[in-house]
Ligand binder design. Sequence first.
Ligand SMILES: NCc1cc(CSc2ccccc2)c2nc(N)[nH]c(=O)c2c1
Length: 375
Amino acid sequence: MEPAIKYRLIKKEKHTGARLGEIVTPHGTFKTPMFMPVGTQASVKTMAPEDLKEMGAGIILSNTYHLWLRPGEDIVEKAGGLHKFMNWDRGVLTDSGGFQVFSLAKLRDISEEGVAFKSHLNGEKLFLSPEKAIHVENALGADIMMSFDECPPFFESYDYVKKSVERTSRWAERGLIAHQNPATQGLFGIVQGAGFEDLRRQSARDLVGMDFPGYSIGGLSVGESKGEMNRVLDFTTPMLPEDKPRYLMGVGSPDALIDGVIRGVDMFDCVLPTRIARNGTTMTSQGRLVVKNAKYSEDFRPLDPKCDCYVCKNYTRAYIRHLIKADETFGIHLTSYHNLYFLINLMHQVQDAIEQDNLLEFREAFFEEYGYNEN
Ligand SMILES: NCc1cc(CSc2ccccc2)c2nc(N)[nH]c(=O)c2c1
């Protein structure tokens, strides 16, 4: 049977582990490395599908946990699935919900069967198992689904993480068995193991043995340093097959994206661009710019003079500052649009650098201008 998701490796960058590739989905083919906007509750906050297309978004993300609780997967299924529900005809990826249970729900209890918890919305007692998570993801109809996993705290004990990795591998197996639509929905395995190289190897070996169409790297960007994250990526991505996509979950600052690509990561997501936009913080080629600061009240330049996005071509810092200060939601629309474009466009620039085998020079120039320092 034809798999729902295929990856094509186009070119390896000469001096790093970076790859130029394409991910083929039932809703289109998209070049990698790529940044994927997060639309937790079936909407990328303040963005219409037309905005997302105009900025070059290919795959957007939604959350099984949130949509299961509200409006319920049965309503989305009756609507014809997430693509129809959201009026989005490109790619959709859903997380499996386990991570959100641990980051949002109260009173949870984890067992071999799954996770018991109380809804963060109304305190209702609920239970999420690998089978239930896969059932909800099948009903939502995303092109790419995540296996049900546990994301252990990065600084947990070796013994706890070892037991957690072994259970996550058993959950992944159960998810594969429960998966109803492998021809139209690609299921990714999620590699865990915190900062332990042998546990990452055990997790990768278990999952690669199950032959998933793609692999996510979980359990990172959960409070560890960037150096630690890069150290784990250095030994984890080589454990994964070259002919499958690698997705680093929940990582999205500009420096982390570039350093992840250098280490062989193809797909990224993060709530950062829309989250910081809501308080008027924007990403520019010269670093972060908090547009609501008084010093921009008569600054009639674009957010980023080097940016060619719709916002930077049509609006000024003074106007956007005014809207944010006046609580005009259009202001948040403009900062969100620009931030999302900034990361999507950054990945396009990285693709060019891989093509030209000068990704390290690109990194150096970008870090210098953005104001990142190595220590
Ligand atoms: N902060 C890192 C992070 C983020 C997410 C969420 S990624 C996401 C968010 C919204 C929608 C789709 C995917 C994770 N999800 C899972 N399943 N496992 C992890 O280890 C993990 C780690």
